[in-house]
Design a binder for this molecule. Structure first.
Ligand code: FO1
Length: 325
C-alpha cells in the first residue's frame, strides 16, 4: 500500500501521475479538510474535490480547481439577492465561486452528511461516481477548521481559511495559523501509515495543507516511527511556490522559504526529500541535517512527468525502507 498525504493542486497533480505509475488499488490519498467550509448551507471540501476531479481528468486545468467546461448561471443569479440581504447576513456569498456542475457534488455531499453518513463514506461514494480506482479519505471525519490570523488595517483579525485564501486573495500578511478542533479530531489513517511500503508527503503547502494533517493526534509520532519510508516532495522550487502563498506564508511565520526550510520542517517525520533540479545546489545542506535528498524534475507539466516523479519518489521510499528494519 502507498499512502499519500495531500492538500490541493500540487497533491492532485502528483496523484494523477501516481495512478499511471502503480495500480490505483494500492493507493490511499489522505486529504486535508482544514480548508472545508459551509456556504449556502452546502458542505464544501475543496481539497477533496480538487483531488477527485484532477485524478478523474475533469479539473479545469487553468484554475486548478472546479470542473472544466463549467457554467456559472447559479452564481450570476445570486446578485439579485445581494440588495435585499440584511446587514450581518452571510447569505448569497458572491466571493466564492461555485460552478453549476460543481454544485452537484456539494448537493450530494450535503444531503448524505445530513442523512448521517460520515465524510469518509461520502468521499468514497463521490470517488466511485467519478470512476476512480484509488481510495480517497478525508484526514478525519471530525470537524477541523484552519483559522488564519491576518494583519488588516493595522489590526490582527482571525478568519477562516477560505476567507483568507479566496475572499482576500491571500494578499494580506499572515501572523499565525491554528487548526480548530484538531486536538479532539480522530485521524482516519493511522493504521494505513503502518501498513504502507511508502508514505508520500505530496508537494503541498507544509503549513496549511500538511500542517492540519500533522496536527491530528498520533500522526507525527506514527510518521516518525516509520520515518525512513516517508518521502516528501518540496512544494518550494528556487525559493517560490508554484501555486498559492506557501513561500510568503513560510517567511511571514518565521520559516525559510527554500528547500532547506521545507527539509527542516519535515526532518522529524521524513527520511527523504525530493527537490527540483533547480535546487540541486542545496542537496548537501539538506543531507547535513539528516534528510536524504533526491533531485528530480518536480514541475508536473504533464501527467507523464508526474508519473515519472511518482516512480522516483517510490524508489526513494524503497531505498529508505531498507534503513527502517
Ligand atoms: N479558489 C479561488 O481562488 N476562488 C474561488 O472562487 C474558488 C472556489 C472554489 C470552489 C470549489 C472548490 O472545490 C475550490 C474552490 N477554490 C477557489 C479553490 C480553493 O479554495 C483553494 O484552492 C484551496 O482551498 C486551497 O488548497
Amino acid at each position: 500500500m502507498i499512502t499519500v498525504l495531500a492538500g490541493g493542486v500540487g497533491a492532485a497533480r502528483f496523484l494523477r501521475g501516481l495512478v499511471l505509475a502503480v495500480d490505483p488499488a494500492e493507493i490511499t490519498a489522505v486529504v486535508n479538510t482544514g480548508d472545508d467550509t459551509v456556504l449556502h448551507g452546502l458542505s464544501i471540501s475543496p481539497d477533496i474535490d480538487t483531488v477527485t476531479y484532477t485524478v478523474a481528468g475533469a479539473i479545469d486545468p487553468e484554475r486548478g480547481w472546479g470542473l472544466a467546461d463549467e457554467t456559472w448561471t447559479a452564481m450570476a443569479n445570486l446578485t439579485r439577492y445581494v440588495g435585499v440581504r440584511p446587514a450581518g447576513s452571510t447569505a448569497a456569498p458572491e466571493w466564492f465561486n461555485l460552478g453549476d456542475r460543481d454544485l452537484a457534488t456539494h448537493f450530494y455531499r450535503t444531503a448524505r452528511l445530513s442523512e448521517g453518513a460520515t465524510l469518509s463514506e461520502v468521499t468514497d461514494e463521490i470517488a466511485r461516481a467519478w470512476g476512480l480506482g484509488l481510495r480517497i479519505v478525508p484526514m478525519t471525519d471530525d470537524r477541523v477548521r484552519t483559522m488564519v490570523d491576518i494583519l488588516e488595517d493595522g489590526d490582527v483579525t482571525t478568519v477562516g481559511f477560505q476567507e483568507y485564501f479566496v475572499k482576500r486573495r491571500h494578499s494580506v500578511p499572515v501572523t499565525g495559523i491554528r487548526f480548530d478542533g484538531a486536538d479532539n479530531a480522530r485521524p482516519t489513517f493511522i493504521d494505513a501509515i503502518g501498513a504502507s511500503e511508502a508514505v508520500v508527503i505530496a508537494p503541498s503547502n507544509p503549513l496549511v495543507s500538511i500542517g492540519p494533517i500533522r496536527a491530528l493526534h498520533g500522526v507525527d509520532a506514527t510518521l516518525s516511527a516509520h520515518r525512513d519510508r516517508v518521502v516528501a516532495i518540496s512544494p518550494i522550487v528556487a525559493g517560490s511556490a508554484l501555486k498559492g502563498p506557501a513561500d510568503r506564508m513560510l517567511s511571514e511565520l518565521g520559516f525559510e522559504a527554500s528547500v532547506l526550510g521545507v527539509a527542516r520542517l519535515y526532518a522529524p517525520i521524513c527520511g527523504t526529500l525530493v527537490i527540483d533540479e533547480r535546487d540541486a545546489e542545496h542537496r548537501d545542506a539538506i543531507e547535513a541535517i539528516g534528510v536524504r535528498c533526491v533531485v528530480a524534475d518536480t514541475i508536473m507539466r504533464t501527467p507523464e512527468i508526474a508519473a515519472s516523479l511518482a516512480t522516483t519518489t517510490l524508489t526513494a521510499a524503497r531505498e529508505g525502507a531498507r534503513h527502517d528494519r
